[in-house]
Design a protein around this ligand. Structure first.
Ligand SMILES: CC(=O)SCCNC(=O)CCNC(=O)[C@H](O)C(C)(C)COP(=O)(O)OP(=O)(O)OC[C@H]1O[C@@H](n2cnc3c(N)ncnc32)[C@H](O)[C@@H]1OP(=O)(O)O
Length: 400
């Protein structure tokens, strides 16, 4: 950074109005008192870092204390970077880089195995070692033609439940789903408080939430009027078992006055295979959700399980900090050991690529085809491609 009037410091309680103003300009919305109350319950003030120009805040980064499930079911505590903004008066002079340097220095000191974020633009974070690791498909179903196959599970057990009765039931179901889903993020109490507050300005011109609840799953949806008819916009569809998923879709498919159902899903969602017409779920968009930066390569690799045995030397290049190096990765019966080594590498990749592979949502072979993963031979690539896969597609569960 060239500008000597810029200083980096931890925020204090009196800085929150300035943080709100910065993010209002950065993201083009006016945070309400409720939005700020949510953020202040979720972020500790000491985890907010500011850049100031002549003592006036001109940029901010913060992180939340989060937890993620990795392939194999281990849950890792890790920082989730959020509310990143640099005032439009001060962009492209290295302020984000300076803030990230300080913030990630703190992550290293705290021993974080990974850090995560969700990105406004896909071009910003690769240089800092973050790779897109989970995806989200927005799907539109023409409900009028939706028929569930006779052979699909039909356990029943779904009830129409008012918000007050849904509130105690949902967190436990979500926790069970989160524990079995790679990439899934634990939800803090403040998330549920905001969801059930169901504030009007967060409804996107749709109704308040309706809840369909099964012992092992639930759907929270809104009704939206459109020129083409009524749409059920599903905000949250969580099933801890396949039976509850089928039971919920039998109810959603039976909502006679709804022309369309909209829902966000993982890429391997079984909905097409439950329906008599597998073409009905139309993917209207596909977006990256969680981006992963591996802060500690051995800690991260030993935390997850792998699909096949491996014995490979990986050279990882970290363009931002010094998490990279050459590592011997050995997997036996799914469990890995990872140690630094001087042996010649059999595979070479940047840290953001390792982040993209880590949760099993992207294939080593795709990165190799793009020239972003080198292997000494085809057999190494084959093993890496198989080993990093997970038993289901990673899915975040919510945005932060
Ligand atoms: C996790 C989250 O919160 S995502 C939200 C991110 N924030 C936003 O989208 C809000 C609007 N944008 C902004 O506030 C700013 O433009 C920021 C935060 C994205 C970038 O801040 P700046 O201070 O301008 O970035 P800085 O000058 O430190 O640039 C660092 C590097 O990133 C690059 N970069 C910065 N912004 C962008 C961008 N939008 N697209 C592509 N590259 C970018 C710079 O070219 C620079 O590259 P280099 O160091 O390799 O030469």
């Amino acid at each position: 950074m060239t500008d000597s009037t810029i200083a980096i410091r931890t925020a204090t309680e009196t800085d929150w109005d300035a943080v709100a103003l910065l993010d209002a300009h950065a993201f083009g919305f006016h945070p309400t008192d409720e939005d700020m109350a949510f953020t202040r319950r979720f972020a500790r003030t000491e985890d907010v870092i500011l850049a100031t120009d002549d003592d006036r805040p001109v940029a901010v980064v913060m992180h939340f204390a989060m937890r993620i499930t990795v392939p194999g079911g281990t849950q890792l505590d890790l920082p989730g970077v959020s509310w990143v903004s640099v005032a439009p008066t001060h962009r492209r002079r290295g302020i984000l880089r300076a803030l990230f340097t300080e913030q990630h220095r703190r992550f290293v000191a705290a021993g974080a195995p990974l850090s995560i974020l969700t990105a406004t633009e896909a071009t910003i974070y690769g240089r800092f070692g973050y790779g897109p690791a989970t995806s989200e498909l927005t799907v539109s179903v023409d409900r009028r033609s939706a028929r569930i196959r006779d052979t699909a599970a039909d356990p029943g057990g779904v009830a129409l439940v008012p918000p007050a009765a849904a509130r105690p039931a949902l967190p436990g179901i979500y926790d069970r789903w989160q524990a079995r889903t790679p990439g899934a993020l634990a939800r803090p109490q403040v998330y549920w408080d905001r969801m059930f507050a169901d504030l009007e300005h967060r409804r996107d011109d749709a109704s308040a939430l309706f809840y369909l609840v099964h012992a092992d799953g639930y759907a929270a949806y809104r009704r939206k009027h459109t020129p083409d008819g009524m749409v059920a916009v599903v905000d949250d569809l969580v099933a801890a078992t396949d039976e509850s998923y089928a039971a919920l879709w039998r109810v959603l498919a039976g909502m006679d006055l709804m022309r369309e159902i909209r829902v966000d899903q993982a890429a391997d969602d079984p909905l097409p295979w439950l329906l008599t017409d597998a073409r009905l779920p139309r993917v209207t968009s596909r977006d990256d959700a969680v981006w992963v930066r591996i802060m500690d390569v051995p800690a991260a690799l030993t935390a997850r399980t792998f699909a096949v045995d491996l014995d490979v030397t990986l050279e990882v290049n970290d363009p931002f900090l010094d998490a990279g190096g050459t590592f011997s990765l050995r997997v036996v019966d799914g469990r890995a050991t990872a140690t630094r080594t001087d042996a010649p590498p059999q595979a070479r990749l940047d840290l953001d690529v390792l982040g993209s592979l880590y949760l099993g949502g992207h294939r080593a072979r795709s990165f190799a085809r793009a020239g972003r993963l080198w292997t000494s031979d085809e057999a190494v690539l084959d093993r890496l491609d198989l080993a990093f896969r997970a038993d289901r597609e990673p899915f975040a569960g919510w945005h932060f």
